[in-house]
Design a protein around this ligand. Structure first.
Ligand code: ADP
Ligand code: MG
Length: 226
């Protein structure tokens, strides 16, 4: 119970922080994207150059979405709400992280049964899954590779997503810090990924269980009621 209170406090702090920085980040994103759109109209661009410009625009768009995701902690974004199958999101996001997995020598095994439908914010769930997959891959990067198991099933009106890695694992103490803003053990880490994941799952009234053994690996078990 105390843990719960702590968690909601953390979520509140981040909402405020996100609101104050997002404006600063959004402006340069908008300006850069505007200039790239202009450049994209140029008649002297080669097809290859045009390809680069279009990719950059897509990436900027994605960055903008991420900013929105961190901002939208407090309010659901109705335009992103769908009644759909979480398997679609898990599979779609798995495909997005495949290149990241392969450069780190990580094999990805994806399995699913029938899964129930549910109303949810598509952007947030995708972001949450990407954050968890990435953490799994990064935990194995330090061991030179491994396997990421993603499984999605249903049981008694619940959707169950299991994300398991064979990475470096965590101690109890480390597990208790998950979701704390800016808690990161990585040099290039933001320490926002887990917070975002907890927040997204919290919003669909689900929960995340963590099972981890130092040196062996970690399993995140997400249960979402339908
Ligand atoms: P970041 O990935 O930017 O460090 P996160 O909020 O995503 O921030 O994760 C916070 C910390 O939790 C990580 O730095 C890492 O120490 C720990 N962690 C998260 N997921 C895993 C995992 N699957 N295996 C081991 N440690 C993990
Ligand atoms: Mg992370």
């Amino acid at each position: 119970n105390r843990d719960r209170i702590l968690h909601s406090e953390r979520l509140n702090v981040v909402s405020e922080l996100a609101a104050s920085v997002s404006h600063e980040i959004r402006n340069p994103l908008t300006v850069t994207s505007g200039f790239l759109q202009l450049l994209n109209k140029s008649k002297t661009l080669t097809p290859e150059e045009k390809g680069y410009v279009e990719l950059s625009l897509l990436e900027l768009n994605r960055a903008e979405k991420i900013v929105s995701d961190y901002l939208s902690f407090a309010k659901p974004q109705s335009e992103n709400m769908v009644y759909s199958n979480m398997r679609e999101e898990s599979e779609y996001t798995k495909n997005i992280i495949m290149p990241y997995a392969s450069i780190h020598n990580v094999e990805v095994q994806f399995g699913f049964d029938n899964t129930l439908n549910k109303d949810y914010d598509r952007n947030q769930i995708q972001q949450c899954l990407i954050n968890l997959y990435k953490n799994g891959i990064e935990a194995m990067r330090e061991k030179g590779g491994g396997t990421l198991f993603i499984d999605i099933t249903e049981s008694k009106q619940n959707i169950i997503i299991s994300i398991q890695d064979t990475g470096i694992g965590m101690t109890r103490e480390e597990i208790s810090r998950l979701g704390k803003p800016y808690y990161s053990t990585k040099e290039e880490g933001t320490g926002l990924g887990m917070l975002m994941a907890y927040s997204a799952i919290n919003k669909v009234k689900g929960n995340i269980e963590v099972d981890s053994e130092k040196g062996k690996g970690t399993t995140f078990l997400i249960t979402i009621p339908t």
